[in-house]
Design a protein around this ligand. Structure first.
Ligand code: FES
Length: 367
């Protein structure tokens, strides 16, 4: 049934829909196999694999509506926890077009991150997770010759791993310099596979930097610096750079390439919106959710989406970084602070994105 061509499937379900009303055939198929549905996309967890003590790869078999990703793209994953529906975005770590038609995501359990902790600790083979379609333009161009410089840290390696696997599978790894940061050797996700790539492909040059490992280097030298870049990749000006990792690394990389007037060569993949530097005593306030009648105290740094979730609400959301507008809500009264710019909005009736705004005094939201 999974292998029926798409047009056959649409014809059949088009006919049977006439008898399935008010539901659709897809709803009944979901009862038999959630991967056969056409009204929503889900994936079955096929296997789990611990990459490090805190990072796990989930192999997912997407349902019929899936379309092949490009190496470097990300996907939204729905994660039901305790009756609440959460959504998070993860880079796809597998190469496109695997023979088994599965994809992988590799999740690092963030301290205090309830969704990442759940995915790493509790999800088991046989579970089903709602899935979005692949998105994002953090991809290598089709045009050759390619001479990328990858700069990654921690789980920021995942989209780059998809690119490396893609090229390795095709046997045409271009000239690549890869600078990767991890706290310790045992924290390097995909460590063995990276070492094998380095050994098998002369044109893949890998430099691992351990940011918390004691050694001859000073703490400052263990993080991204111009001198380190020059040493690892003397021709960095001639390469397109693809960087993914924590905000501090991306800010340093961005400043360096801007300073060299080479921003056009810079491609960044962020896990979070870049937050402004707020003063330590930035005020919070009391947040009232008008429809539910709930009221909670909040500091001035925690985004209102998190505040609402902690209060037991389940607002719609997607990217959690100010892009998709799924979390838009109306500001009934009071002020919010845009965490990216630090600017305060006090326009009553304005639409605010909960994921990138925090309380700036007492406020009420239509939620
Ligand atoms: S969740 Fe996407 S903009 Fe807030």
């Amino acid at each position: 049934m999974d292998t029926a061509p798409g047009w056959v499937w649409s014809r059949v379900t088009g006919l049977t829909d006439m008898f399935a009303t008010p539901l659709r055939t897809s709803h009944y198929l979901e009862l038999m196999n959630p991967l056969w549905t056409t009204h929503k996309l889900q994936a079955r967890v096929v296997s789990v694999w611990d990459e490090t003590a805190s990072a796990r790869t989930l192999t997912l078999r997407p349902g019929r509506k899936w379309r092949r990703h490009r190496a470097g793209q990300h996907v939204r994953v729905g994660v039901p926890i305790g009756g609440m529906h959460h959504t998070r975005t993860y880079s796809i770590s597998s190469a496109p077009g695997r023979d088994d038609e599965c994809i992988t995501i590799t999740v690092k359990a963030a301290p205090g991150g309830r969704v990442s902790q759940h995915l790493v600790r509790n999800v088991v083979p046989g579970d089903y997770l709602p899935l979005g379609l692949p998105q994002g333009d953090f991809v290598l161009p089709d045009a050759v010759p390619l001479r990328p410089l990858f700069i990654t840290a921690g789980s920021g390696i995942t989209p780059v791993m998809s690119m490396l696997r893609d090229h390795a599978a095709r046997g045409d790894l271009p000239s690549i310099v890869h600078l990767h940061y991890a706290p310790h050797p045992y924290d390097v996700i995909f460590a063995k596979e990276l070492a094998k790539l380095r050994d098998d492909h002369r044109r893949y040059r890998l430099r691992l930097v351990y940011t918390r490992e004691r050694g001859e280097r000073s703490p400052a030298e263990r993080h991204f610096t111009a001198a380190q870049l020059q040493e690892v990749c003397p021709d960095w000006r001639d390469r397109d750079v693809y960087a993914c990792g924590p905000q501090g690394l991306l800010a340093a990389v961005e400043a360096h390439w801007q300073g060299a007037d080479l921003s056009r060569r810079l491609h960044l993949e962020r896990f979070h919106a870049p937050w402004a530097d707020l003063p330590g005593d930035v005020p919070g306030g009391r947040v009232r959710f008008a429809r539910s009648g709930l009221e909670v105290e909040s500091d001035g740094r925690t985004n209102l989406l998190r505040v609402a979730e902690d209060a037991g609400l389940n607002p719609p959301h997607g990217c959690r970084m100010g892009i998709c507008h799924s979390c838009d809500a109306r500001l009934v009264s009071g002020c919010v602070r845009d965490l990216r710019s630090g600017a305060v909005v006090n326009e009553h009736g304005a639409t605010v994105q909960l994921c990138i705004n925090a309380a700036a005094g007492n406020l009420e939201l239509e939620l």
